[in-house]
Ligand binder design. Structure first.
Ligand code: CP
Ligand code: NVA
Length: 308
């Protein structure tokens, strides 16, 4: 059966652990290589990844391109606006055509139903490069970053401050699979998807929602922030005002554990969701997190092709 990666739960907790270990090993094995040099074993030699962007991207675009090159393959990167998809060709037909021409499809889109439709009609792996609902590849990179920095995932206390968005949904989903806990500090009206929370809780993770930002971060091992206005959302003053107490600043970081790490998927808005002293400070691991998109996605690709 074709392995799609639309959400983290398309893989098991064991599979995600295998992806993290594989990423650590492969990253070490290519230390010192020029970035475009393929890995010695070229495990996806001659494979072509088609990428479709219906929203802006820097990291996802470049990291998937670098990932497939390092695995020995290549990519075709398309913005939907310059594809027939942008002129009304159906997702179904696009999926069928790309499946005949390419070995895998990565898509960044708005409505999650579109990526499900793509997967239903594709005969090659379809990978979620972000939808309005979730951003699973980002979380594989985040978890890799935490493990690399010495954190053990089971029982880890991850605090999220801000909007209940796609990135948070995937962090919550990961909790059920990897057995860490999530404390969400979020204003009323901006909560994350209740289904993701329910599934994580049913799987034994502790997911708590706090209106008090201090309560959310107290004693946390990791503090995570993301933009208050995601792509496709309106830049509403009322929302920014509601989010302001959840800004990650030095006072907030002092309430987390002394060795707490700060994560942000980027792009960041300094002075909004995070202060420069935090994101550019000693507890921040955001540049490792960004680089790890390459290493994590190589493992996601390998998993999709049954190599993990
Ligand atoms: N974090 C992330 O997905 O970044 P891009 O929007 O630049 O791809
Ligand atoms: N939540 C953000 C993540 C960007 C990588 C967005 O969807 O715009």
């Amino acid at each position: 059966m074709t392995r799609h990666f639309l959400n983290l739960s398309d893989a098991s907790g064991d599979a995600i652990a295998a992806m993290i270990n594989d990423a650590i090993d492969r990253k070490a094995a290519r230390a010192g290589f020029p970035k475009g040099k393929p890995d010695a074993d070229r495990p996806l030699a001659d494979h072509v990844l088609a990428m479709i962007f219906e929203k802006s991207s820097t990291r996802t675009r470049v990291s998937f391109d670098m990932a497939i090159r390092q695995l020995g393959g290549s990519s075709i990167v398309m913005d939907s606006g310059s594809m027939q998809l942008g002129r009304g060709e159906t997702v179904d037909d696009t999926a069928k055509v790309l499946s005949r021409m390419c070995d895998a499809i990565m898509i960044r889109t708005d409505d999650h139903a579109k990526i499900e439709q793509m997967a239903t009609n594709a005969s090659v792996p379809v990978i979620n490069g972000l939808t309005d609902l979730s951003h699973p590849c980002q979380i594989v990179a985040d978890l890799l970053t935490l493990v690399e920095h010495g954190k053990s995932l089971p029982g880890l206390e991850i605090a999220w401050l801000g909007d209940g968005n796609n990135v948070l949904n995937s962090i919550v989903e990961g909790a059920g699979l990897m057995k860490y806990n999530v404390r969400i500090g979020c204003p009323e009206g901006y909560d994350s998807d209740p289904e993701f929370i329910k599934r994580a809780r049913d799987a034994g993770a502790n997911v708590s929602i706090h209106r008090d930002e201090n309560e959310a971060v107290a004693g946390a091992d990791v503090v995570v922030a993301d933009t208050w206005v995601s792509m496709g959302q309106e830049h509403a003053e009322a929302k920014l005002a509601a989010m302001m107490p959840y800004q990650v600043n030095d006072v907030i970081m002092e309430q987390a554990k002394a060795d707490a790490l700060f994560l942000h998927c980027l792009p960041a808005h300094r002075g909004e969701e995070v202060m420069p002293s935090v994101i550019d400070g000693p507890q921040s691991v955001v540049w490792d997190e960004a680089e790890n998109r390459i290493h994590a996605q190589k493992s996601v690709l390998r998993w999709c092709f049954g190599q993990l």
